[in-house]
Ligand binder design. Structure first.
Ligand code: FA5
Ligand code: MG
Length: 445
């Protein structure tokens, strides 16, 4: 099945979520964007410090100071933070549902550095060299060797290599992404991997000794070439029942959820799980049967397994009725005290302190040829921080005579903790215009 067909066969009705980067990539097979970053916030040959280590910047460096400030915050390990509550609830589910000889089956890794090599983030996961997810438009690069991980899957191969066959990785991940209430350039993922020997996978079957994990075969929509059909079906079944069980343990029996076919270079077959939230379907996680080539490359040649990666903010927003993803970074006691000193498994419903009024301002400019919207989103974040709630491209056109492109963005300003005055908004808006003109070579209209 071609990747493009895969996307068409499984359209997601979830309009709040951008097309999955892995699916989207399949529609844009062009090579990595070669655009040079003219006005870097760090100049080439400088060093930047991240978690006590120095990295030399080069032509690929595109991490912004605003992003680097978030590294090491460790919200997921902060007692009383909603992300910590949710991690502990998920760990509790796994520790009760998955036990081996009286001990938790899954080991938890929640302090791995978010600085990884490009090789870990992409190559170890079989992401092709020209895959668009490697584009500087999508990820935060530290330099030509290191980056801020774009997903917790970056640790899969190395942890399997250490001999583990069931583990979770919890951590902060970094992506240059849209700005709205469910997307933020730093968010948290919880990844889990479970590998099975033939003995483990088939132990509940009538004739386990007659079954085998592997056979030479062909790849189709339902299975990989090396896997027997039973292997593929049992892995799918154990994966889906694990995740449906987790969602019911968190949200109760009445939760509406649905499986949507997906594409990831490191799993086949692959799915996304969506749940119904505030009148819309929201994607919570991606998962699938691990590519056997990846498992083999990590030395577990006699095992097959599944993996999933879920977005913790998305889950916590639904579970605690948190309306905006920026709130997780709030230092305001109005937010934090609602979770602090609560038991992690207590039901909590966030009560908005008060939603202050929005201020809306548009910005229009002529764009240079190399322009990318994600550059503008990053710039808005750097200048205005969390004062901007949403940025939407509301109009674009090409001048019929000059051929120049023009973009118009609508910026919605709202402070989470106080009402902004029109003067404050105007001043930030002007700073955004000035920085865009200077750093992105746009011409304000
Ligand atoms: C991944 O990141 C894959 N690594 C997941 C995976 C793991 C697949 C293991 C197969 C096996 P994706 O890009 O779809 O996939 O992100 C996973 C989840 O992270 C999403 O479902 C969503 O819940 C969350 N997420 C993605 N982008 C954002 C964002 N900008 N802000 C907040 N949450 C996000
Ligand atoms: Mg996705």
């Amino acid at each position: 099945m071609s990747l493009t067909r895969c996307w068409r066969l499984w359209p997601t009705a979830d309009k709040t979520v951008l097309p999955c980067r892995w699916l989207y990539a399949s529609l844009h097979t062009s090579s990595i964007c070669k655009k040079s970053h003219k006005k870097l916030q760090y100049s080439i040959g400088n060093t930047i410090e991240i978690l006590g280590k120095s990295y030399e910047t080069d032509h690929l460096t595109n991490t912004t100071p605003a992003i680097l400030k978030k590294v090491g915050t460790n919200l997921h390990n902060t007692p009383g933070h909603p992300l910590n509550h949710i991690c502990r609830r998920i760990e509790t589910y796994f520790n009760s549902a998955y036990v081996r000889r009286g001990n938790p089956r899954f080991s938890v890794y929640n302090r791995l550095s978010p600085v990884v090599t490009h090789e870990q983030n992409f190559d170890s996961l079989l992401v092709p060299a020209n895959h668009v997810s490697r584009s500087p438009q999508d990820s935060y690069y530290i330099n030509s060797e290191y980056m801020l991980r774009a997903h917790t899957s970056a640790h899969q191969r190395d942890l399997v290599r250490t001999g583990l066959d069931a583990f979770m990785v919890i951590g902060d991940v970094y992506r240059r992404d849209a700005i709205d209430s469910t997307h933020y350039p730093v968010f948290h993922q919880l990844e889990a991997v479970q590998l099975f020997s033939d003995f483990e996978l088939f132990s509940d079957m009538p004739n386990p000794e007659s079954m085998s994990l592997f056979e030479p075969g062909v790849r189709d929509d339902n299975k990989q070439e090396r896997h027997t059909l039973q292997t593929a079906l049992l892995l799918e079944q154990t994966l889906k029942s694990c995740l449906e069980g987790l969602m019911r343990a968190l949200f109760g029996q009445d939760l509406q959820m649905r499986w949507v076919g997906a594409y990831f270079p490191f799993t086949h077959p692959s799915w996304e799980l969506e749940i119904f939230y505030q009148g819309e379907w929201v994607e919570m996680l991606g998962c699938g049967v691990m590519e056997q080539k990846l498992v083999d490359s990590a030395g577990a040649t006699d095992k097959a397994g599944w993996a999933f990666g879920l977005g913790l903010e998305r889950l916590a927003m639904k579970l605690y009725s948190i309306p905006d993803i920026r709130l997780f970074w709030s230092t305001d006691s109005g937010f934090l005290t609602q979770f602090k000193n609560k038991n992690f498994d207590e039901p909590i419903t966030y009560k908005p302190v008060s939603k202050h009024p929005q201020c809306v301002n548009d910005i229009s400019f002529w764009i240079p040829e190399s322009f990318s919207s994600n550059d503008f989103y990053d710039l808005v974040r750097s200048v205005a921080g969390d004062l901007v709630e949403q940025v939407t491209l509301i109009d674009e056109f090409v001048h019929p005579k000059t051929g120049r492109g023009s973009h118009c963005y609508r910026l919605v300003y709202r402070h989470m903790e106080k009402a902004l005055t029109q003067e404050e908004v105007n001043s930030i808006h002007q700073q955004i215009e000035a920085s865009a003109a200077e750093q992105l070579d746009v011409q304000i209209r």
